[in-house]
Design a protein around this ligand. Structure first.
Ligand code: NAD
Ligand code: TDX
Length: 344
């Protein structure tokens, strides 16, 4: 089959494109990506010369470009998005355009082109924050906290409406926090690993006791692969690592693994509206599709830290230019207030 992956030059997208090409010898992949600050063709370097892969640089909110790319496509895995919570707090406009309008554009084009299947790659953040116990199921209410999460929830509702009203064969996956190679160093784990490698402070929000359920990106890719092939139309599938960790413990582990001093840790002013805890009940996905995460956190985080250590050129290039302005805007004042350096 031919799969179009929107956002395929980003973190999860690039891992997914590589996974599909490596595990399905008969499949073709079209990567459709605008190459925003988060998109990077270096992430696709291993498949750029593969004859079963084609790259299209275009915008999901551009109906003409989406329609042109859909010729011969059997399934869409839609993951193009603005994906960083902190950026959505600073300015939500790109999140509405890409995540909400872009999703409707892709749905409409898919319907017109009679694409057989549409998978919306969503997030556990649409469910909001949990107390100390319990886990999100697919039946949990949508209570997004951040503009990012609200834009993803809006997109999910548009997907549901397209299925209900137009009969599109569409389904939704909702995954917890991913980690692994090629993740943009604005997210917790790659930011902290690359800062530690550069002997820069690690900016921990608030008390650092917020909890995330970490999953290795390849386990998420395996889940997306079975969901798009065997999931039931109209359904939602939760995906999680079963790996709850406090941010402070993740930070401590990164410093220990790299042999860096714990004094690099800086508690800075908290993220506004910060969700306290996420946990995912993925038993439906396990039961219906036989999926389970395979990568234990200890091995996965060690391999990931090693990847950033060995791929310094990748992240040094990413952390130059506009990234420096972003880092100063996001962390400069807060780090100085906490008595640390504002550079990274
Ligand atoms: P990312 O920010 O690394 O990548 C996003 C990609 O989308 C980039 O390549 C970017 O260039 C592209 N893009 C952005 N705007 C576009 C547009 N208008 N048109 C075409 N392409 C555009 O994100 P990620 O972490 O890989 O996340 C991918 C998807 O998975 C997102 O939909 C996100 O909501 C979802 N998700 C992420 C996580 C996580 O932990 N990272 C967890 C659950 C779900
Ligand atoms: O500098 C930081 N300091 C810090 O303490 C950053 C960037 C984050 N954090 C905290 C905030 C969160 O509690 O670490 C935790 C993880 O933060 P992020 O990596 O920004 O992820 P999160 O906000 O949990 O959202 C992620 O998971 C769900 C992804 O960014 C989303 O795209 C995905 O949908």
């Amino acid at each position: 089959m031919r799969i179009l992956v929107t956002g395929g030059a980003g973190f999860i997208g690039a891992n997914f494109v590589q996974h599909v090409l490596a595990t399905h010898a008969e499949d073709e992949v079209v990567t459709f990506d605008l190459l925003t600050y988060a998109g990077n063709l270096a992430n696709l370097e291993p498949v750029m010369r593969n004859p079963r892969h084609r790259f299209v640089r275009a915008d999901v909110a551009d109906p003409t470009a989406v329609t042109a790319a859909l010729v011969g496509v059997d399934a869409i895995v839609h993951m193009a998005a603005e994906s960083h919570v902190d950026r959505s707090i600073a300015d939500a406009s790109d999140f509405l355009r890409t995540n909400v309008v872009g999703t409707q554009v892709v749905l409409d084009a898919a319907r017109a082109a009679k694409v057989r299947r549409f998978l919306q790659v969503s997030t556990d953040e649409v469910y909001g924050s949990l107390g100390p116990t319990g886990a999100f199921t697919e039946e949990s209410a949508l209570r997004p906290s951040s503009p990012y999460a609200a834009s993803k929830a809006a997109a999910d509702l548009l997907v549901h409406a397209a299925h209900h009203t137009h009969g599109i064969d569409a389904l939704i996956s909702r995954c917890s926090n991913n980690y692994g190679p090629y993740q943009f160093p604005e997210k917790l784990i790659p930011l902290f690993v690359t800062n530690a490698l550069a002997d820069e402070p690690l900016p921990l929000y608030g008390d650092g006791c917020q909890v995330r359920d970490w999953i290795h990106v390849v386990d998420h890719c395996r889940a997306l692969d079975v969901i798009v092939r065997r999931g039931r139309a109209g359904e939602t599938y939760n995906v999680g690592g079963g790996n709850e960790r406090r941010n402070v413990d993740v930070a401590t582990l990164i410093l220990e693994t790299l042999g860096k001093p714990q004094t690099l840790l800086r508690h800075i002013e908290d993220r506004p509206g910060h969700d306290r805890r996420y946990a995912i009940d993925a038993s439906k996905t396990a039961r219906e599709l036989g999926w389970a995460p395979q990568e234990p956190f200890a091995a996965g985080i060690a391999a990931t830290i090693d990847w950033y250590r060995k791929n310094r050129a990748w992240w040094e290039a990413v952390k130059s230019g506009a990234y420096r302005d972003y880092y100063e805007r996001m962390y400069g004042a807060r780090l100085r207030a906490a008595g640390g350096e504002g550079r990274s």
